[in-house]
Design a protein around this ligand. Sequence first.
Ligand code: SF4
Length: 292
Amino acid sequence: MTCPLLYRFRVIDKIPEPPTTATARGTLVHAVLERLFDAPAPGRTPQAARDLIAPEWDKLSAGAADLAALVPDDAALAQFLQDATTAVDGYFTLEDPRRLEPAERESYVETTLDSGLRLRGYIDRLDLSAAGDIRIVDYKTGKVPREAYEASALFQMKFYALVIWRVRGVIPRMLQLMYLTDGEVLRYSPDEADLRATQRKLEALWAAIEKSRAAGTWRPRPSRLCDWCRHKALCPEFGGTLPPLPGQEPATVATGPAMLGTSGTTGTDTGTGTAIPGAEPVAKESEVALTT
Ligand code: SF4
């Protein structure tokens, strides 16, 4: 959790965040890598993946004016597709898709904790070994997090591991973050203590969110991630004026220490900050959702 006020903007105010070229590229690259595994193993070559890029973009952008507007002319489109190609090519420096057969792709997972908090999200890829070991794979087109932010990047993966453990009764053997553009992989083998700690952290985060909601105060928590915040113009830390909370006005912002105090993150696929690492929280009454 990085910033309670950012959480408010996204989840309480539901202020739209139009796509950027970075988020659109991430979406496109994920689509290409998902489709790549439709082909029989011998056909999963770098060229086959490159050949998917333009058609997948056409599919994504068809009827999506906000996406199409990101590449207003041929030069912008060519650069955009080239950047996606760089990420796709980077994938092939990390593994050979002809040598693996994913068990699941874009897999929806969901569980409800004993506290009633529901967790859900989509996992880019699940691999299953012959021995039954589970590997959770997440593709990133953003930059590799600096060391100080690695734990936050892994928190997203532990979230998924917790859900899988609860649903399948098996602790995933490996969590694998693949930074395609940088050509690096971050791996971690979680144990039961990790996942129990993740559950405690999620429940504490939710309790803090509920407290903020009850008080109606969502404190800004500035960090270097503010540079990527899509709501900076509204943030009092940067001279902005808060909109009224839905159903209330005027809204005020509290000062002092943030109530929601987990470490920062470089979490999203595009390397920007989010309320939950690597993900967009979509809060209903008691729910935390992660997407990549
Ligand atoms: S600019 Fe920074 S402090 Fe303000 S809402 Fe965004 S992330 Fe929070």
